[in-house]
Write a protein that binds this ligand. Sequence first.
Ligand code: SIN
Ligand code: CO
Length: 379
Amino acid sequence: MKNPDQSDVLAGISPQVFMRDYWQKKPLLIRQAIPNMQPLITRQALFELAAQSDVESRLVTGDGFQQPWQLRTGPFKPRQLPALKLSHWTLLVQGADLHSDALAKLRERFRFIPDARLDDVMVSYASDGGGVGPHFDSYDVFLLQAHGQRRWRIGAQKNLSLRDDLPLKILARFKPTQTWLLEPGDMLYLPPQYAHEGVAVGECMTYSIGFKAETDQSMGAALISRLADFEPVKPPVTYSDPYQLATRQPARIPVALQAFARESVLQMLQRDADIRCALGEWLSEPKSQVWFDSRPRPRQLAGVCLDRKTQMLYDQDFVFINGESWRCKGQDAHLLRQLADRRRLDSSDIQDASPKVRQLLMEWLEAGWLNSLPAKKGK
Ligand code: SIN
Ligand code: CO
């Protein structure tokens, strides 16, 4: 299914070819990925975001030669930022798509990649010569030049050791093999662990559309702790040891207790549907700094769209929205999956919705997770 908001951002390369030949494999420079690119957020609006306490921002100054690298974390009042005429500084604002409809719309262009992989859109503003130094990211990233020019140098080096004397992650030995000057609308895709450095040539703004990938350790830890909070599938069994012998080593943990512990964990891991449910809830959980403004219950239900901060996913049994899950099937599942994939439902889609789905949509509107679509004119 082609999402209505998903337009071409690969300059003629099909999403299928991109995923097969480049995604997680090798870099790709896309000239004029967005022709006639205009910045989607002004410098002023970006500075205002960086002043907010619920927005993650960083300021990097220096060049690693004349001036040492320095890192400060926000929020920053505008007067705490260096003067615009000073060179070699960069302001980086994480999750800017949560605060701007235009940046949230940009995110939609990348929905040929599953939503579960998307992290955020980071916006950087740099004065002439500004950059964050040679480094690598553990994320796949699309670096879209939004305003001004940036020179990117990249290299496929295996040696990713970092300097240990600096406040930011800077490669000890950067060996670039390719250099490009990106103009507004140009975009560079980099797979994880690919060494790169971007330096502003004059004032510039860059958008990083970043894709997260969890380690087995962090995912395992998050899911196990969620599973523990789920309703047990069978009555709990309490450890008992009627055959415990008198011991001369009272501090030693009994082997039978170790076996019981192992069995308890193994039983949890057998709950396949619960694991999938925990995964969907976890993946759709809003970041800690995100909150929604609740509003009065709407009088009637017409077309709806997901708020730009809402994360909605689904699997074969459940629909997940902002960290909560609903088991649903049949027509209800069909409609809610449509909402998740298209991020909107028109009033004609909702017309035949079941009372259960109508009730859910009303609740989500009230919670600020959904917004009402403007009524169509002439009707
Ligand atoms: C930047 O936008 O300045 C840095 C982006 C990156 O290198 O990951
Ligand atoms: Co990077």
